[in-house]
Ligand binder design. Structure first.
Ligand code: SF4
Ligand code: SF4
Length: 271
């Protein structure tokens, strides 16, 4: 099988390979939820988070595959409504654990690869386009000023600019830098590291977006550009170990930027 090598280093499907896998889904709906059948407490727990948002079958994992199938066959147009469905998937991969089909491990790849092709074709949902443009221009999805990126660390004396003589680079990410709840988490982790006497430094306003969401939204070119910037920055600073606030940041950095430099990365809230 001629899979392509992804930016994470693992194999991924090319757009041309989608038909090989997408027709394996019979739309059995097992991926939608988990039945617990111990009588008398029979319950049904939904698995896919988008089912709360999209009240159609196309807002379920199997339904999304059939929507993509319709798009491939030219039976379904990629308009605002269908794109909303395609982008409602958070790529959490829970459906891959539920599905018994041969294609199970490829479900999110199928979704992301379809997004990539649509972006290549210039067919982008306006709010996705705005998100990507904000990352491209301002380095964060909200379009906040780059000069405010390090504001979360104000008042924390231990959160100093990274220097090679400290053990860890503390990579905070966009959410920890700008989102009010994320900022509180970023401060808490910095205080915890200080309390544990771990030597660390931060990048502050010099930190770049890690690009994980950009990659999952299908903008490969922008993701590669952000990765390259991070690799160059880490190399220049002589970063040895990285601790991150967000597990998704860790996934992206670990597999692309940090491992490519032969360095290690940990995150406290990784599951
Ligand atoms: S993705 Fe898997 S579990 Fe979901 S409907 Fe298709 S075959 Fe069934
Ligand atoms: S990966 Fe997407 S489709 Fe699958 S469970 Fe998560 S949100 Fe639903």
């Amino acid at each position: 099988m001629s899979t392509k090598q992804s930016e994470e280093g693992k194999t991924r499907l090319t757009f041309e390979e989608l038909p090989e896998w997408i027709y394996k889904c019979p739309w059995c709906s097992s991926c939608q939820g988990l039945y617990k059948t111990q009588w008398p407490n029979q319950t049904y727990d939904p698995v896919c988070p988008i089912m709360d948002v999209i009240e159609y079958e196309s807002g379920t994992p199997g339904g999304l595959l059939w929507l993509i199938r319709g798009g491939l066959e030219g039976l379904v147009p990629w308009d605002t409504r269908t794109l909303e469905h395609l982008y409602s998937c958070s790529t959490c991969k829970l459906c891959e654990l539920q599905c018994y089909g041969d294609h199970a491990e490829h479900i999110t790849d199928i979704i992301v690869t379809t997004r990539e092709r649509l972006i290549e074709d210039g067919n982008v949902l306006p709010k996705v386009r705005d998100f990507l443009e904000n990352v491209r221009k301002h380095g964060n999805p909200w379009g906040e000023a780059k000069s405010k990126r390090g504001d979360w660390a104000k008042g924390i004396s231990e959160a100093k600019a990274y220097k090679p003589d400290v053990e860890f680079l503390y990579y905070v990410g966009c959410e920890g830098s700008y989102d009010p709840v994320g900022q509180r988490m970023a401060r808490s982790l910095a205080e915890l590291l200080a309390e544990a006497k771990v030597s660390f430094g931060i990048l502050g306003n010099e930190e770049e977006c890690d690009g994980n969401e950009v990659r999952l939204l299908g903008e490969v070119g922008l993701f590669k550009m952000l990765s390259q910037k991070n690799i160059e920055k880490f190399s220049k600073l002589g970063v040895k170990k990285v601790v991150t606030l967000c597990h998704r940041t860790r996934i992206t950095h670990l597999r692309t930027n940090i491992h490519s430099l032969g360095r290690s990365c940990i995150t406290p809230n990784c599951f």
